[in-house]
Design a protein around this ligand. Structure first.
Ligand code: K7E
Ligand code: CUA
Length: 650
């Protein structure tokens, strides 16, 4: 291989180098060797060099796209530049994160995390699966990002102004979620559906009562764009059969107003391998067909607003199953076999599903679904009375792709790309003639894939990222827990070309979305000095220059503090043991990167204070002693001198 590559390099690199550099220029790189020589020395093939040329971003230049990826069990969100695949940020969502000062005393971040209390208990991790960028008219608008925590059925709202989590909500009806988060085309709602069924009222029920007492659910969380928050009081839920609802997608264009959820375990298996001998994996995949749930959310919204038949369960407004049936809110579409993905095509005319145990993707026509509903072309009803549409009446096509198809993305040119988990490949096929075009191997065991602008009405059709579960031999071994990884693929032409491997240093990323970078308009510093990132407004408690002071009221001590290179003011905080201390902290900085931190040892306090930010830190000084506090960002030449003393008198 080496020899072959070297021969090729000798013959062809001069040409490439000339093409790059132009006939007039020198083909020697700054470090001496020519491009051809470098490639030859390193044993790079032509494909390697073109891949490098397609992904390299010179210093000072910016990526064309930004990918928001779930950070899996880290509970966070990864922000990655595309095509460079450079990690730009890890957004703290469900898990405290020290560098961002998230969850270590800064008031706003503590409030966000408190929203995620589960039955009053702190749960300081999450299993993030599906990020969703806010949309306007079916296009990513770059304003907000939503992400779910599968483990605890929670949803987080992140502002893309400062890339910080503003709200976490726990869904009390669900034990775990999976069809989350997905947004409707104008972000009217953020969709969250359950995975493993539980009793909706949170009560105990034995597994022998599974069919009677256990239920699935889909919540349509109302998003208030002006407030930048989900409004639980204007949100509603549909009770669903106790199948295990899976991935979701919102209709758009002709299918606007509808949502589609896959499901499995329509067998309603209850497992118990130790006594029944039938594990969940067998019991839940016995049937040839499970059900895609087609939900008319716009009509459900009307039913919810009318209040007719709506029940309150654990503080949530729930439309019971019988109301959904009588009002025509819910229909089931047979889908083969142990399905996982459910993806609406960019034009909104079709829904693509894939069964993990079936080599095909099944493509449904939304128009045929509507006809079948109108004409009652049903093949029966499920045990709960939900109409099952006739499979053949609603199917548009099936395309045989390979082993273990999961998720599908689109290029906006009629091309569809489906991940093949078992085959560890991406299959490209056509939405026009429903034929398989080509496949590309990925490394290894791909789950989701993400295309540039892939869930919009107009995908860009240039980049595709494979999100792989296993890496086996791709990276330097780092012990038995191997990196999971992304692979960037060029899909501008045929054949597809693998461009770049990116290992992920944290948990399993499930899904990602890729947005045009120029749609994002993040703040570079906070809009004014004294800005409260949690309220996203000017902070009434902000401390201006010259307003620094310490006030005592009983055993509450209020410290009004500012930070600017390179000092805190005040630098001495003297309190008595047992005092409640509140530090109102404002950064007077207005320049980019002028970040300070405030770390107080032994009190578990660590705040990141971005330029202009105002925060409040509250704690009880219950241990006497001397506590130096310091700035935890190397902000200036005299950063090490940016300190103070907290003196707690016994
Ligand atoms: Cu990993 Cu979307 Cu949760 Cu498929 S999901 S892989
Ligand atoms: Cu401020 Cu270091």
């Amino acid at each position: 291989m080496r020899a072959k590559r070297a021969v090729w390099a000798a013959a062809a690199f001069a040409v490439i180098a000339l093409a790059i550099a132009g006939p007039q220029s020198c083909t020697r790189g700054p470090a001496g060797a020519s491009v051809g020589e470098l490639a030859r020395e390193r044993g790079l093939s032509e494909a390697d060099v073109t891949a490098a040329l397609k992904t390299y971003i010179p210093t000072g230049q910016l990526d064309e796209y930004v990918m928001f990826s779930s950070g899996g069990h880290s509970g966070q969100v990864l922000v990655i530049g595309v095509p460079s695949m450079r990690l730009l940020k890890v957004i703290a969502a469900f898990t405290p994160e020290p560098w961002q000062g998230y969850g270590y005393g800064a008031g706003g971040t503590m409030q966000a995390l408190e929203g995620g209390l589960v039955n009053g208990r702190e749960v300081l991790w999450g299993d993030t699966h599906h990020p969703a960028i806010s949309e306007t008219d079916g296009e990513y608008d770059g304003q907000f990002l939503f992400i779910d925590d599968k483990a605890n059925a929670r949803v987080a709202v992140i502002s893309l102004k400062d890339f910080e989590t503003k709200q976490i909500l726990h869904n009390p009806l669900m034990g775990s979620d999976h069809g989350a988060t997905f947004v409707t085309p104008n972000t009217e709602y953020v969709i969250q559906s359950s995975q493993y069924a539980v009793p909706l009222d949170g009560s105990y029920a034995d597994l022998s009562e599974y069919q009677e007492r256990y239920r699935g659910a889909v919540t349509f969380w109302k998003f208030d764009r002006a407030a930048g928050r989900i409004d639980p009081a204007r949100s509603f839920t549909l009770e669903l059969p106790p199948y295990w609802q899976d991935l979701a997608d919102a209709g758009k264009g002709p299918s606007m107003g509808w949502a589609f959820l896959g499901s499995f375990n329509t067998e309603m298996a209850t497992g118990g391998i130790e006594t029944t001998g039938v594990p969940f994996e067998a019991g839940a995949s016995a049937n040839d067909m499970d059900y895609l749930h087609a939900i008319n959310w716009q009509r459900a919204e009307q039913v919810y607003r009318s209040g007719n038949g709506v029940r309150r369960i654990q503080g949530m407004s729930v439309i019971p199953l019988d109301v959904s049936i009588s009002e025509g809110l819910l229909y089931l579409v047979p889908e083969p076999k142990s399905p996982h993905g459910a993806d609406v095509t960019p034009d909104g005319r079709m829904i693509v599903t894939a069964g993990k145990l079936d080599p095909h993707v099944s493509v449904y026509s939304f128009a045929k679904i509507q006809d079948a509903i109108a004409n009652e072309t049903f093949s029966g009803r499920d045990p709960f009375g939900v109409a099952i549409l006739d499979f053949d009446a609603v199917l548009e096509a099936q395309v045989e792709l390979g082993l273990g198809p999961l998720h599908t993305q689109f290029d906006g040119r009629g091309g569809a790309y489906t991940s093949l988990f078992i085959e560890t490949a991406v299959a490209k096929w056509s939405l026009e003639d429903f034929t398989l075009k080509e496949k590309i191997g990925v490394h290894y065991n791909i789950g989701h894939l993400a295309a540039a602008e892939g869930d919009t009405r107009s995908p860009d059709g240039n980049y595709l990222v494979a999100l792989n579960k296993w890496s086996i031999d791709r990276f330097m071994p780092v012990g038995p827990l191997h990196p999971q990884n992304f692979q960037l693929i060029d899909v501008t032409g045929e054949p597809m070309q693998l461009l770049y491997d990116m290992p992920i240093g944290i948990g399993e990323p499930h899904y990602a979305q890729i947005i045009k970078a120029d749609k994002l308009e993040p703040w570079l510093v906070y809009p004014e000095v004294g800005f409260n990132p949690h309220a996203m407004a000017s902070d009434p408690d902000a401390v201006g220059s010259g307003e620094e002071r310490i006030e005592r009221d009983g055993n509450t001590v209020d410290v009004y503090m500012t930070a600017i290179r390179s000092h805190f003011n005040p630098e001495h905080i003297k309190v008595r043991q047992g005092d409640r201390v509140r530090i109102y902290l404002t950064s007077l900085e207005t320049i980019r990167d002028g970040t300070h931190g405030l770390a107080i040892d032994k009190y578990n306090i660590n705040v990141s204070l971005e330029p202009g930010e105002s925060e409040v830190i509250e704690f009880v000084a219950d241990q006497a002693g001397v506590y130096p506090f310091y700035c935890s960002e190397f902000c200036s030449a005299l950063h090490l001198e940016m300190v103070g003393y907290l003196l707690v008198e016994p």
